[in-house]
Design a protein around this ligand. Structure first.
Ligand SMILES: *[C@@H]1O[C@H](CO)[C@@H](O)[C@H](O)[C@H]1NC(C)=O
Ligand SMILES: *[C@@H]1O[C@H](CO)[C@@H](O)[C@H](O)[C@H]1NC(C)=O
Ligand SMILES: *[C@@H]1O[C@H](CO)[C@@H](O)[C@H](O)[C@H]1NC(C)=O
Ligand SMILES: *[C@@H]1O[C@H](CO)[C@@H](O)[C@H](O)[C@H]1NC(C)=O
Ligand SMILES: *[C@@H]1O[C@H](CO)[C@@H](O)[C@H](O)[C@H]1NC(C)=O
Length: 488
């Protein structure tokens, strides 16, 4: 046993890299914690999108590893980026450990690409991932598509951030191709939001310390924004696949593109909350085109009860003058904000960005019980309000961006009703021992009852407590500790 544990502990990777942000677009923000790791690579560093990923194999001084395997993908097309050409594979539990210098929200991005290899068949990959006591992935196989990035926002204290990879079964592997751990700017996640339900709205406190997974990040009316062009190296997708209107046509809305300067100001959204590329495009609804609500529908994967953070980004790049754009905001058909006055919110400045955070509860059917979870989606809408102007040329509603983030459940998990402790304790080697102890305890209890019953039958007049003490002494050689010691 001791040997097995020391092996697991020895899968300890410590990276003490000096963080040097080189992105030309992020000149205003330089994170105090920034670790970019190209897993399974023996190349010292690789530049991807202007960022330097450090090989975990090449920098052997940062970690030691006995059981993990550095895997090189075979038959890869030449245009696959470097970080997706290698992986670190864990046949047993393993971990990466990063020093945290700044308390607060950290962005954790895990990159997966299930490589082809004649050495190891990654079709056997099935694993759990935990980050500092939160389950972020469970029974994950990494095969959702060829390349997958899963992004998490985790609040951490000064100290360390530990990412553990745990194979689901003895016969399974865990793997990862690249890891990013970056401290987020202080204003990225505020602590207060508005909770929305059929009963109305109320204040939601304690947002900042929830663990979250980014489920959708959408640039409304615009193009895809890649990490290269984002202030925090995020990806924003176009909204075309999610957009719909109440009348089924999209002719009553139009995309707008703004070529002027986006005026970031204190109290509004910062450039890190959303980059120019997100705020300078939008979709607008216009009276002249027929007045209907604009909606976006975001399907959710099946399984469980979670709260979701819905962040809506606004920037009035369409109005000709201030004080003319008022609209209602709905989440899942419930009124979330009535008569939103975008000019007032943006401090009476046009083209100045602002965002609003809403929280909703969402229950989706379990994928195992219900193969077709219908109605499992979140709908956000903007539409005309009672204060909507009568100006025929006017804009009646606008939306520039949407982010949807899943919050951890009461077990601290983002993926299933299971806690990190449960996952780490059912690691295959330990499980056998705990079943053994349970069986042993059962046997002891059974035997004590048996002996108590026999003595009772013999009309022995000892008290029950005394009897059980005797039994315990009688069975001392059978006690759990000694048997385990013998087995080890
Ligand atoms: C593995 O090989 C298959 C078939 O050649 C190919 O379709 C797939 O994209 C490859 N996977 C990766 C991650 O390169
Ligand atoms: C993984 O899947 C197995 C089989 O479906 C299930 O029994 C187990 O509870 C799952 N584990 C987690 C942590 O979700
Ligand atoms: C970055 O943005 C510019 C201007 O919008 C665009 O021309 C360029 O293709 C983008 N680059 C990447 C890598 O997305
Ligand atoms: C708009 O005005 C009507 C009539 O004054 C009122 O009943 C309604 O609650 C108001 N708000 C909305 C969102 O329609
Ligand atoms: C998320 O997990 C923490 C414990 O880590 C817990 O206090 C909190 O209530 C959880 N959030 C939700 C929404 O259940």
């Amino acid at each position: 046993m001791a040997i097995l544990y020391s092996r697991i502990v020895s899968l300890l990777f410590v990276f003490l890299l000096s963080s040097s942000s080189s992105s030309v677009f992020a000149s205003s923000f330089s994170p105090s914690d920034e670790y970019l790791v190209n897993c399974g690579s023996d190349v010292d560093s690789t530049v991807v999108d202007n960022r330097r990923f450090v090989g975990d194999d090449a920098n052997a001084k940062f970690f030691s590893s006995e059981d993990s395997i550095a895997l090189l993908g075979e038959h890869l097309s030449p245009n696959v980026p470097q970080i997706y050409r290698t992986a670190r594979v864990f046949p047993r539990q393993g971990k990466y450990k990063f020093n945290v210098n700044e308390e607060g929200t950290h962005m954790v991005r895990l990159h997966f690409n299930r490589l082809n290899s004649s050495k190891i068949n990654l079709d056997d990959a099935l694993f759990h991932v935990t980050v500092n006591g939160h389950v972020v992935l469970s029974n994950f196989s990494g095969d959702e598509s060829s390349r997958v990035v899963r992004e998490f926002l985790i609040w951490v204290r000064v100290g360390e951030l530990v990412i553990r990879f745990v194979p689901s079964k003895d016969s399974n592997f865990a793997f990862v191709n690249a890891i990013e751990v970056i401290s987020a700017p202080k204003d990225l996640i505020a602590d207060v939001a508005t909770s929305v339900s059929g009963d109305g709205t109320e204040r939601f406190n304690g947002l900042a310390k929830q663990a979250m997974e980014v489920v959708y990040r959408i640039n409304v009316g615009g193009r895809k924004v890649t990490p290269f062009n984002d202030t925090l190296w995020r990806t924003w997708l176009p909204d075309d696949g999610f957009f719909k209107t109440a009348d089924g046509s999209s002719s009553s809305s139009e995309k707008v593109y703004f070529t002027g300067r986006i005026k970031y100001r204190p109290g509004g959204a910062s450039r890190e909350v959303g980059p120019d590329n997100v705020y300078n495009t939008a979709r607008v609804g216009k009276r002249s085109n027929g007045l209907v609500d604009m909606s976006w529908d975001f399907p959710l994967s099946a399984g469980g009860v979670y709260k979701y953070l819905i962040r809506m980004h606004f920037c009035d790049i369409a109005s000709k003058s201030l004080g003319r754009l008022y609209f209602n905001i709905y989440i899942n058909g419930n009124l979330a904000y009535e008569d939103f006055d975008i000019s007032y919110a943006a401090g009476d400045v046009l083209a100045s960005p602002y965002y609003i955070d809403f929280v909703v509860d969402h229950t989706t059917a379990d994928s195992n019980k219900n193969k077709s979870p219908s109605g499992s989606s979140i709908t956000v809408s903007v539409g005309p309000s009672n204060k909507t102007s009568v100006d025929v040329q006017g804009v009646d509603a606008i939306l520039n961006g949407v982010e949807i983030m899943k919050m951890n459940n009461s077990m601290g998990s983002l993926d299933g009703y299971v806690s990190a402790d449960m996952i780490l304790n059912t690691c295959p080697n330990r499980r056998n021992v705990s079943i053994f102890i349970a069986m042993l305890a059962f046997m002891c209890i059974f035997m004590s009852f048996y002996i108590v019953a026999r003595r009772k039958k013999a009309r022995d007049d000892y008290g029950w407590t005394k009897l059980s003490m005797d039994v315990f002494e009688d069975n001392n050689p059978m006690s759990g500790d000694q048997l385990i010691a013998r087995k080890a």
